[in-house]
Ligand binder design. Structure first.
Ligand SMILES: N[C@@H](CCC(=O)N[C@@H](CS)C(=O)NCC(=O)O)C(=O)O
Length: 205
């Protein structure tokens, strides 16, 4: 197998996942800031011009971060980050979708609509970015209420793929400088725990 990856919130999901499991895969580094994702050779691998991409041993390219992690989970089941029992798996899946669709994508939209680098990716709209900033904070308040049962992690008492998607969210919030309001103590506690985890990516200074 070969991984094509670059420093980014979605790329980080796979890096964190591998680090949590102690998996090593030869990696080709794609420098997104130098626009290597849009290079003709890379577009032949993933026409969307995005990382991460896992090339399987049979040559096929898997081009979605969660699909890559799921594939690696089946090859390296322990520790189980997608759950073991049907019930665990279903609740982790529920929380993965909530973290990605309900939170991560809203934070991502702030970046897409505000950061100069993305001006050729989307038709930027400053009002939409401002709306997404407000919406994200509202949704973090919802997450805080959900986590008021004292659970240590997003989907329960163990670290899972839902937390890894959440770590990507924390990274995006760092890029666009959105802070978790201090009164959201459950989210603040979880965020601090994620940032102190040895597998949380250290951003280049
Ligand atoms: N759904 C894809 C999204 C991947 C994605 O958006 N990757 C971004 C980095 S977070 C990327 O490679 N962007 C390259 C660019 O815009 O040039 C996944 O999770 O794998």
């Amino acid at each position: 197998m070969k991984l094509y990856n670059g420093m980014s919130p979605n790329g980080a999901r796979v890096m964190i996942f591998m680090a949590e499991k102690g998996i090593e895969i030869p990696t080709v580094s794609i420098d997104l800031m130098a626009n290597e994702g849009q290079a003709a050779d890379f577009l032949k691998i993933n026409a969307l011009g995005q990382v991460p991409v896992l090339q399987l041993d049979n040559g096929r390219y898997l081009t979605e971060s969660v699909a890559i992690c799921r594939y690696l989970e089946s090859l390296h089941p322990s520790p189980a980050l997608f759950g073991k029992t049907p019930e665990e798996q279903a609740f982790i899946e529920m929380w993965m979708r909530r973290m990605e669709l309900w939170l991560f994508n809203v934070a991502g939209a702030v970046g897409l609509h505000e950061i100069e680098f993305f001006k050729y990716r989307v038709e930027q709209n400053a009002d939409y970015a401002a709306y997404c900033r407000r919406l994200l904070v509202e949704r973090l308040a919802w997450l805080d209420t959900e986590m008021a049962d004292g659970r240590g992690f997003i989907a329960g008492d163990t670290f899972t793929m839902a937390d890894i998607i959440g770590m990507g969210l924390v990274m995006v919030m760092g890029f666009v400088q959105i802070e978790v309001p201090s009164e959201l103590t459950n989210v603040v506690r979880w965020q601090q725990a994620m940032m102190s985890r040895p597998t949380f990516p250290q951003m280049p200074g």
